[in-house]
Ligand binder design. Structure first.
Ligand SMILES: Cc1cc2nc3c(=O)[nH]c(=O)nc-3n(C[C@H](O)[C@H](O)[C@H](O)COP(=O)(O)OP(=O)(O)OC[C@H]3O[C@@H](n4cnc5c(N)ncnc54)[C@H](O)[C@@H]3O)c2cc1C
Length: 405
């Protein structure tokens, strides 16, 4: 993983050193805020460093207008303060952002904005975490990594991409299909973002061609009036995972039909098992499949190469497009800034899987890397705050003033 010195050897920067009371939390998304709220309850001070100029920046800056929570709100609540009762079952992104803002206000959370962490490292001599931004060097006994599984857009290398004459945009900058009316748009990727962007393009009178190179589970968002995810979680209390998946797929075939017929191939592993093992989220249908069935969203096989005016596909077809949208997902950025620590994989995920990946050595914590969305965040945040609070109380009460803290 290298060290901060390697990263900075060419720049001799003078930074102001700030000794932080309590932990340093990197990231003011839902995960960072959840840890901060739980720490507040325990009366533990903290500092949050956030690279952008607002809280929940992924939701505020990198999501499309039509986005709603994929799961019912009670599965997406942060600890200690739920959604307002007036919110619908599936809050819009704007409602989610307002929930985040009132959450931060309620717990008096004031992140330090425009503080992009460039490097963080544990100093064995002082037993402190040293966290560097452009101008400051923050030091603390504890570091909470809350930069998210979706910190940077993932852009695959596709042959010929530099040749294309039209615009190529990642979904992180896509807001709505209003600028694409009457255009033929190649949407690369068939996860929740790819499917929902394709649906949005349809509703704005564009013609989306969605590339479904990989297998994917499409499930109805609800079955018989109940959330599919909720049904799965309830069944899983009594039944083994494989049986739960079988029941879900049986009901899905009954409700949606066989998605293979429309070019959407199902993985061999069931939807919930796949989610828990690999983190691959099933697509929850909010109208996309109807558009696929009637041919408004055209499903294409893998792209072989991009050309000046369109793309060639692996099945030999060639088509012209006006624009390309990359619905190719996101990646963690932890390896770019957390140095000298082997707690994370090369992909920036904790090596220890859920439910034990929240705590590392020397006062290192991670929140929001469970592949379980906001539910995983809540689970981690409560444990982290309790763990740090216990150490903090020891310091404050002066019962033990050993060299460890
Ligand atoms: C389109 C979309 C829809 C989703 N819908 C749902 C849903 O319905 N339900 C659900 O549970 N999950 C959903 N998710 C997953 C979602 O990302 C998480 O649930 C949630 O945003 C995770 O919060 P987080 O705080 O862990 O990460 P993020 O929200 O990504 O927040 C991380 C923060 O860290 C900051 N940061 C990153 N690097 C640095 C750095 N080096 N220095 C300082 N700050 C840094 C970022 O700017 C960001 O503000 C969705 C994701 C996407 C992309």
């Amino acid at each position: 993983m290298g060290s901060c010195k390697d990263q900075e050897k060419e720049h001799v920067l003078l930074r102001v050193r700030v000794h932080v009371q309590g932990p340093i939390i990197v990231g003011a998304g839902p995960s960072g805020l959840a840890v901060a709220a739980c720490l507040s309850e325990h009366k533990v001070p903290f500092v949050i460093l956030e690279r952008s100029n607002c809280i929940a920046s992924l939701w505020q800056n990198k999501t499309y207008d039509r986005l709603k929570l994929h799961l019912p709100k009670h599965f997406c609540e942060l600890p200690l303060k739920g959604f307002p009762n007036t919110f619908p079952k599936y809050p819009s992104k704007y409602q989610f952002i307002s929930y985040m803002e009132s959450y931060a206000e309620h717990f008096n959370i004031h992140p330090k904005f425009n503080q992009m962490v460039q490097c963080a490292e544990f100093d064995k001599g002082s037993k402190l975490w040293v966290v560097r931004t452009l101008e400051f060097e923050y030091v603390s006994h504890w570091l909470v990594v809350a930069t998210g599984e979706n910190a940077e857009p993932f852009v695959p290398k596709i042959p010929g991409m530099g040749l294309f004459r039209g615009p190529i945009a990642h979904t992180s900058v896509y807001k709505s299909g209003s600028g694409y009316a009457s255009q033929r748009v190649l949407v690369i990727g068939c996860g929740n973002s790819g499917m929902e962007v394709s649906l949005d393009l349809c509703r704005h009178h564009a013609t989306p061609y969605m590339v479904a190179r990989n297998t994917v589970h499409v499930l109805p968002r609800e079955m018989f009036g109940f959330s599919t995810f909720g049904i799965a979680m309830t069944l899983h209390k009594w039944l083994p995972l494989k049986l739960v998946d079988k029941i879900l797929l049986l009901a899905t075939n009954f409700i949606l039909g066989n998605t293979n017929h429309y070019g959407i191939k199902r993985p061999k592993t069931g939807p919930i098992e796949l989610k828990l093992v690999t983190g691959k989220t099933p697509v929850l249908d909010v109208g996309q499949l109807a558009q696929i069935k009637c041919g408004n969203i055209k499903v294409m096989e893998g792209v072989k190469e991009i050309t000046r005016h369109g793309a060639k596909f692996v099945n030999g077809q060639e088509k012209e497009f006006d624009a390309i949208i990359l619905a190719t997902g996101y990646k963690s950025n932890v390896p770019t800034w957390l140095k000298g620590c082997d707690f994370f994989t090369e992909d920036g995920m904790p090596k220890t899987p859920f439910p034990n990946g929240w705590k590392g050595d020397d006062g290192l914590y991670t929140v929001g890397f469970t592949r379980r969305g906001l539910q995983g965040t809540s689970c981690d945040a409560i444990k982290i705050a309790e763990d740090i609070a216990e150490q903090w109380r020891t310091v404050i009460s002066g019962i033990v003033t050993g060299p460890d803290i």
